[in-house]
Structure formats: structure tokens, C-alpha cells
Ligand binder design. Structure first.
Ligand code: COA
Length: 327
């Protein structure tokens, strides 16, 4: 059976920056509050004519270029997103057209902040089963369009962007050692977007006046579950491979909140130098956060050949996921 290996990474971010100081002018908050509660200093925000596909296509192109893969070689394009260009068709189909990936099957995957990791798991399974040879997995979001910019509880947390990875069949020691995906639907209403689906069809009186097109979150509950779930996903990955936290060269957690990352790393007994963090510059980019971090770590030389890299996600649903990779 072939192994699946990540052979290229890419990311793309909007140019526009909103700092904590900018947010002080928009809602009652402070740089000090945001920094101490979340670790976020600034986030990137899409311009008017930039969409989820805009960043996804660019991140995909960069990942393909690094891997030396032609778009027409792709069998599969999987986009993890909760902010597609449209409810349908799949934004992955728009990406397919823009890249010229004629023979790829393309679909979107809704697993909130775990979307990229779910996609990575599906691509890996397809490759190991021989159903695909080359896949492009993307996490991309324009959350700024569904964030309520009058709600200080949520608007300080999120940002826009995309990250991508080319995954392909290979032989040998390096590659994706395992992926694990989990869901706990009993908490679906703690982080969700009420409108734009079949429960709350468009209506001026209801969906617009009641601000149902904006995401809602029970921050405290999400926080507690995130730490527990990310620890469980990480331990499951290590146990499945007969490894312990000391084997990890680099831990790439979902970039939601510095305190969640630190608490998870502490539970795993990982020192700070083994934890990749970039959320101070991008905030929580949901499905894009892990592939953006992976691309930055890869391009900066923070990951070297042979390293053991653990990726660990948590998001609305709740969903959570891990992937252990020998680079
Ligand atoms: N600026 C200033 N004050 C704020 C604020 C802001 N941006 N947002 C909330 N507050 C206030 C609250 O209104 C509350 O005031 P009150 O005591 O007068 O009611 C106070 O700060 C404390 O709020 P609380 O919600 O208890 O803060 P917290 O320490 O739990 O931090 C989060 C809030 C959202 C940062 C934290 O719960 C969190 O990170 N949760 C996880 C969110 C997340 O990562 N979601 C995505 C997961 S994929």
C-alpha cells in the first residue's frame, strides 16, 4: 500500500491588516485585553473583490509550484471552508477551473476549523487505497464576511486567508504516518452561523434584523472543550504510532487562541520551542490556520527532513483532528 506524502505547501493572505488598535475604534475593547486573552495582535482582512476562492487558488498554485506538480495531474481537490464563495456550487469547483485541474474531482468539506485536517485525512485515505495519486488539500476562509463587527466577543478573534498542501502517493519512510478525525455534535450550537441554510431562509425581518448571518459562539465553553479535544487528538496520534510527546520535532496546533495552544502544549509536556505559533499576525483563520502555519514552518526551515510533525485541530461542530507526519 502506498504512503501519502506532503510534497508542496502554499499560502495566501490578504494585504489589508486590522490591528487591535484599529478594533479599539470599532468596538469597546483594548489592545491589552485582546493580547492577554488571545495573543492576537493583528489579522488580515479581504478587500471587496477578494473571495475565499481568491486566496485558495493562490495558495494552491504555490503548493503545486513547490511540489512540481501540474494542475492537470491532480485527481482530487478538497477545500475545507465554512465561508465558501456561494452555498453551491462547491468553491472547490471554482478552484478547479481557475487552476485548470481538468481531471480532478473537486468538493468542499464543512468541518469548521478542522476542515483542512479532515481534507488531509480523506486525501490520505484515498491515496492509500489507490483511489487517487495526487491531491490538493486547501483550507481557506473569508470569515470577515460572517463576523459581526459590532460584537466584541467574536470580532477580535478571526481573520482571512488560505493554506494548501499537495499530497501524493509515495514509497519509503517519509510521509503521513496517521490521521484521526473526531466529531461531537452535542455541541453544534456553541459555534455556528444561524442563517444561509435551510433552517432560517432569507427574510428581512428575521435573518437580517436579527443578525443571523453572523457567526455565534459560546467562548468559554468552546475554550474548555478545545483544550481537552486537542489533547485527545494528539495523544491518539502518538499512541497509534507508538510515539510519545518527546518524539515530536514540531507541534502545529490550530491557531485559535494563545491560551488554548499553551494549555494544550503544557498537557502534552511540550516546550515552547517545539510549538509553532503565528496567530499574533493572522488571528484565527479557521480551516486555513494549520495549512498557513505549515507553509510558514516549511518555507522558513523550521521543519527539516525526517522531523516528526504533529498537526492538531479543533473547531465548530465540534470537530477535532490530528495528523502525524514524518517530513
Ligand atoms: N474587549 C474587552 N472586553 C471583552 C471583550 C473584548 N473584545 N470580549 C469580551 N469582553 C468582556 C466580556 O463582556 C466579559 O465582561 P463582563 O464580565 O462584564 O461580562 C469579560 O470580558 C470576560 O469575558 P469572558 O468571555 O469570560 O472572557 P474570556 O477570558 O473567556 O475570554 C475568549 C473570551 C473569547 C477570548 C475566550 O473564551 C476564548 O478564547 N474562547 C475560545 C474561542 C475560540 O477560540 N473559538 C474558536 C475555536 S475554533
Amino acid at each position: 500500500m502506498s504512503r501519502a506524502r506532503i510534497t508542496g505547501t502554499g499560502s495566501a493572505l490578504p494585504d489589508k491588516i486590522i490591528t487591535n488598535r484599529d478594533l479599539e475604534q470599532m468596538v469597546e475593547t483594548s489592545d491589552e485585553w485582546i493580547t492577554t486573552r488571545t495573543g492576537i495582535k493583528e489579522r488580515r482582512i479581504a478587500a471587496d473583490r477578494e473571495y475565499t476562492s481568491t486566496f485558495a487558488v493562490e495558495a494552491g498554485r504555490r503548493a503545486l509550484a513547490m511540489s512540481g506538480t501540474g494542475a492537470d495531474e491532480l485527481d482530487l481537490i478538497i477545500l475545507g471552508t465554512v465561508t465558501p464563495d456561494f452555498p453551491f456550487p462547491a468553491t472547490a469547483c471554482i478552484i478547479q477551473k481557475e487552476l485548470g485541474a481538468h481531471k480532478a474531482a473537486a468538493f468542499d468539506l464543512s468541518a469548521a476549523c478542522s476542515g483542512f485536517m479532515y481534507g488531509l485525512s480523506i486525501a490520505t485515505t484515498h491515496i492509500r487505497a489507490g483511489a487517487a495519486k495526487k491531491a490538493l488539500v486547501i483550507g481557506a476562509e473569508v470569515l470577515s464576511r460572517v463576523v459581526d463587527w459590532t460584537d466584541r466577543n467574536t470580532c477580535i478573534l478571526f481573520g482571512d486567508g488560505a493554506g494548501a498542501a499537495v499530497v501524493e502517493a509515495c514509497e519509503g519512510e517519509s510521509g503521513i504516518l496517521s490521521t484521526h478525525i473526531f466529531s461531537d455534535g452535542s455541541h453544534w450550537d456553541q459555534l455556528y452561523l444561524p442563517a444561509a441554510g435551510s433552517r432560517n431562509p432569507a427574510s428581512c425581518q428575521r435573518t437580517i434584523d436579527e443578525r443571523l448571518y453572523y457567526l455565534r459562539m459560546e467562548g468559554n465553553d468552546v475554550y474548555k472543550h478545545a483544550v481537552r479535544a486537542m489533547e485527545e487528538a494528539a495523544i491518539t496520534a502518538l499512541n497509534a504510532n507508538g510515539m510519545s510527546p518527546s518524539d515530536i520535532s514540531l507541534f502545529i496546533p490550530h491557531q485559535a487562541n494563545r491560551r488554548i495552544i499553551d494549555a494544550t502544549a503544557k498537557r502534552l509536556g511540550l516546550s515552547e520551542d517545539k510549538v509553532f505559533v503565528n496567530l499574533h499576525t493572522y488571528g484565527n483563520t479557521s480551516a486555513a490556520s494549520i495549512p498557513i502555519a505549515l507553509d510558514e514552518a516549511n518555507r522558513s526551515g523550521a521543519i527539516k527532513k525526517g522531523d516528526i510533525v504533529l498537526m492538531d485541530a479543533f473547531g465548530g461542530g465540534f470537530t477535532y483532528a490530528s495528523a502525524l507526519v514524518r517530513w
